[in-house]
Design a protein around this ligand. Structure first.
Ligand SMILES: [Mg+2]
Length: 375
């Protein structure tokens, strides 16, 4: 034993919150309009009086497993990761607990997490991730507004039914912004919500779209095929020049290993709030780096999830841009970050500055959380 005092986990508290809103948000990847935005908040309490906080997936199946953590050394993060990966196998995705443990590790050591992870960069450039489908003229206006706010990159959704209509929206944006904005396209073919039963694109659909994207100088083509179609992704990657991105909801780290080793992706996009936590994705980020691929997480949860992923990227990865879910008026900071004491915002150059505060650098709006609590 060293003389260092161990900080022990004394309790885990999970609460569910719901912000109701009107008008609804029409997410391009969901056939049902969204009338509310749910948040799961995980707090890890310790015998030292420090509390780590995380948010992200719903923590389904965690109830009853608290005793596997209570009384344990808070900094035994690899041990906790193994338990969470077993829970992930048997039940739901409980990775917000891993984010809370990293927040706690930062608070125990007095350092921001991005420094504990490697301290590679003190800010992360963001790309504006649009979420709703608009006509070509309106998309061009949206792009102009992003530019005015400092963004240098934007992601456009392709889910208008016929991809030729999507191409028209993309063409309108490119015609308006020229090379002032880097453009990404999300085809959203990797997975569906439980109620959406239509089929994903075939390889030939994806090749036809990919060739159009090449012409329009698109930076990456995201989820062009079903997540399990590794052979299709590999062939598509060889057939078109545009970078192929994917993996946002892919569940197992071994699947990322296979996607990387088999040459299926140029851009690897797991989300620490939904897959593997920071502990697991640190491995994926390094794996991607060793294969000269881009690692840049999906972040479509809330500002706490964006920040957790940003800290991971700032610590270890060279991501050119990180996703920043933002599509006002339907998807603004008031909705996205209602659980936070201060919404996560960007600097004038469209970058997320890395906080100096110990941990993950965010705080909760306790009054708002009390008013929105549903479980
Ligand atoms: Mg996506």
């Amino acid at each position: 034993m060293t003389g260092v005092k161990q900080v022990k986990i004394s309790g885990i508290e999970i609460s569910q919150h719901r912000l109701e809103f009107a008008p609804p948000f029409h997410a391009s990847w969901d056939s049902k309009p969204r009338h509310h935005w749910d948040a799961t908040i995980v707090r890890v309490h310790t015998d030292a009086g420090l509390t780590g906080i995380g948010s992200g997936d719903l923590m389904l199946g965690f109830a009853g497993h608290e005793e596997l953590f209570v009384g344990e050394d808070a900094l035994a993060i690899e041990r906790h990761y193994r338990v969470l990966s077993h829970i992930n196998f048997h039940y739901g995705r409980c990775w917000p607990l891993d984010l809370a443990l990293w927040d706690l590790a930062g608070k125990i050591t007095g350092q921001p997490v991005w420094k504990l992870l490697g301290g590679l960069a003190d800010k992360v450039r963001a790309y504006a991730s649009s979420g709703t489908l608009r006509g070509p003229a309106e998309m061009a206006e949206v792009a102009e507004r992003y530019l005015a706010q400092g963004f240098r990159a934007m992601k456009i959704r392709f889910q208008r039914g016929d991809w030729r209509d999507d191409i028209r929206a993309l063409e309108a944006v490119r015609a308006r912004v020229g090379d002032r904005l880097e453009l990404m396209v999300d085809c959203n073919q990797g997975w569906r919500l439980p109620h959406d039963t239509y089929a994903p694109w075939t390889l030939k659909d994806a090749v036809a779209v990919g060739r159009e994207l090449e012409q329009l100088g698109v930076y990456w083509m995201e989820e062009p095929l079903h997540r399990a179609d590794r052979a299709g992704m590999r062939r598509l990657r060889e057939m078109v020049d545009v970078r192929i991105a994917g993996g946002e909801m892919t569940r197992e780290l071994t699947e990322f290993r296979d996607l990387i080793v088999e040459g299926c992706l140029d851009v690897v996009q797991p989300d620490a709030a939904l897959v593997g936590g920071i502990t697991g994705l640190r491995r994926v980020a390094l794996m991607a780096q060793e294969h000269n691929l881009v690692f840049t997480p999906h972040t479509w949860t809330n500002g706490m999830g964006v920040m957790a992923n940003a800290q991971l990227v700032a610590g270890v990865a060279d991501a050119p841009y990180l996703e920043y879910p933002y599509d006002p008026p339907e998807w603004d900071l008031d909705r996205r970050d209602y659980m936070m004491a201060k919404p996560l915002s960007l600097d004038a150059e469209g970058a997320i500055p890395m906080p100096d505060a110990p941990g993950l650098g965010y705080a909760l709006d306790e009054d708002r959380l009390a008013r929105t609590r549903v479980g």
